[in-house]
Design a protein around this ligand. Structure first.
Ligand SMILES: [Zn+2]
Length: 358
């Protein structure tokens, strides 16, 4: 039996990992304390910082990890007082001070993984590590941000998105100014192949800069959003540094296959529960890609031909409310069909049309 115990703040008694009998929520025995018991695996002690939320992500997770030499923060949650309080209280509950932190390791650049970086580095000067592709995104480099918007403008036009696409471009353009202050102020050091006791594994797909931190002895992997227990991770459509479209879902599939090859006991994710059977979950995720792609193929056979038509028919109401996510899903699965030679494409009046080979 494994001695791992995990708990979730503010959800006393709940099971964190529904599949593993031995991974059970276990709150700190200190009276009135809502923090998690540390998890000991191999040479690591892990202090989860998990804020439950009432939407589909379930929680925002980051992890303090001690390996006998360093105390690293893997990901930094969201920039909210609740999260900051949870972070500082977790430090204090287990006898640490913010000055004990050695560094911050980021799995990827998304806002819900970097929230506390500026607050922490305002107090202590410690290195912040991320994939080199994360740097222009974390710094919100104006040139890169504009290249990204220009990329989406052309993408949405070419996918036939019309007014909804234009609205999203206006939103992105305003967001450049509105979110300027969220740029990471500290210097960011590009990750090498190894950091502290972790191998750095590139697993792009959900985002181009996504990495996992793998500890061989403990057989654990901190993977951000590569693999999430309760939902499939969206392979978001993004441009590369030159503004070319990345085949995100194709990348995500190879990253999941890569993850599957690692002998892992536990995957610590950016959201939701600890995963104790990653191979089975990856199989499910990969099967689901095939199932969704087959459904899209049926829509194409029935006459839907642009990514936008397919998105509207497949997602209906959600198309309007979650437009960029929906388009990523659809375009990704269309790429999957194209790579597997199930559909062919043709540009008609500047818009890509998808046709079944059958
Ligand atoms: Zn993410």
């Amino acid at each position: 039996m494994c001695n791992i115990t995990v708990g979730v703040a503010k959800s006393k008694g709940s099971k964190v990992c529904h599949r593993g009998l031995y991974v059970v929520a276990f709150l700190c025995p200190v009276k009135g304390c809502d923090f998690m018991e540390p998890i000991k695996v191999g040479n690591l002690t892990i202090y989860p910082i998990i804020l439950d939320v009432n939407h589909k992500l379930k929680s925002f997770n980051s992890y303090l990890v001690e390996d006998g030499h360093t105390l690293s923060l893997i990901d930094a949650g969201i920039n909210k007082d609740d999260y900051w309080n949870l972070f500082t209280n977790t430090l204090h509950t287990f006898g640490f001070n913010i000055r004990d932190l050695s560094d911050i390791l980021l799995t990827h650049h998304h806002f819900d993984h970097i929230g506390l970086v500026n607050r922490i580095t305002d107090e202590v000067s410690i290195p912040v590590y991320a994939h080199e592709k994360a740097i222009p995104r974390l710094k919100r480099d104006p040139e890169f941000m504009q290249l990204r918007i220009d990329f989406y403008k052309i993408l949405y036009e070419e996918m036939g998105c019309g007014e909804t696409g234009k609205k999203q471009i206006d939103y992105l353009q305003n967001a450049i100014i509105k979110h300027k202050h969220t740029a990471i102020k500290a210097e960011i050091t590009p990750l090498d192949r190894q950091i502290n006791c972790f191998q750095v594994i590139e697993v792009p797909g959900h985002s181009p800069d996504q990495v996992a931190f793998y500890n061989e002895e403990a057989k654990v992997w901190f993977g951000g959003d590569v693999l999430i227990d309760h939902i499939s991770s969206n392979a978001l459509i993004e441009p590369d540094e030159r503004g070319e479209r990345i085949l995100s879902l194709i990348q995500q599939i190879s990253s999941l296959n890569k993850c599957s090859e690692f002998p892992l006991d536990y995957v610590f994710s950016g959201h939701g529960a600890v995963i104790d059977n990653h191979k089975r979950l990856i199989n499910t995720r990969l099967n689901n890609v095939e199932i969704k792609a087959t459904r899209l193929l049926t829509l194409i056979k029935n006459g839907a031909s642009t990514a936008n038509d397919i998105a509207q028919q497949y997602y209906q109401k959600i198309y309007e409310t979650q437009f960029p996510l929906v388009m990523s899903e659809i375009i990704g699965h269309l790429d999957f069909l194209e790579v597997n030679r199930k559909v062919r494409t043709e540009k008609v009046n500047g818009v890509w049309r998808y046709y079944s080979y059958e």
